[in-house]
Unconditional design. Structure first.
Ligand code: BEZ
Length: 161
């Protein structure tokens, strides 16, 4: 079942690329006691994600944070090595935290998994954005198609923070 506004984010462990390799990060560390913006993409380095979605959040990160958002988190069903490289490639360091949900544990727990096997991508995440306050979902913007960018983009989120 897909998670809804008012629900609490599940307890899962994600991974981030650190100086000494991938490091675990729990959703409690990411979301508890914080106002956080999460956006999820179907794949690092894929066209819409790389040309529009991630760059939009990097460009607007300071403005979004000036509205009281403590952290902006980008998540994908990719490994931490790929997410680290994708973040570096997009100058995301210091503005957007690049989280790997390598085995789709979080993505399945929130009901956002999408089977893109026929396109050679395996199980990935649907494209969405969420605003969370202390781990509680305040808004969800879910795209119909993996390449869609109608509601989950940074400009839309700017009206919600
Ligand atoms: C895209 O980023 O445009 C995309 C990613 C995965 C599947 C389809 C499109």
């Amino acid at each position: 079942m897909t998670i809804s506004v008012g629900d609490c984010i599940p307890n899962c462990t994600l991974a981030v690329m650190g100086g000494e390799g991938p490091a675990p990060v729990t959703t409690a560390e990411l979301f508890n006691g914080k106002k956080a913006l999460l956006f999820a993409v179907p794949g690092a380095f894929t066209p819409g994600c790389s040309m529009t979605h991630l760059p939009g959040y990097v460009a607007n990160a300071d403005t979004i944070k000036s509205h009281g958002v403590d952290s902006i988190i980008c998540m994908s069903v990719n490994d931490a090595f790929v997410m680290g490289a994708w973040g570096r490639d997009n100058n995301a360091t210091g503005s957007v935290r690049m989280m790997a949900d390598g085995s789709a544990e979080f993505t399945k727990a929130v009901g956002m998994d999408l089977d893109l096997t026929e396109r050679g991508l395996g199980v990935r995440s649907r494209r969405y954005s969420m605003l969370l306050d202390d781990g509680i979902i305040k808004t969800i913007n879910l795209e119909d198609a993996p390449g869609g960018m109608e509601v989950s983009d940074a400009d839309t989120m700017l009206d919600q923070v």
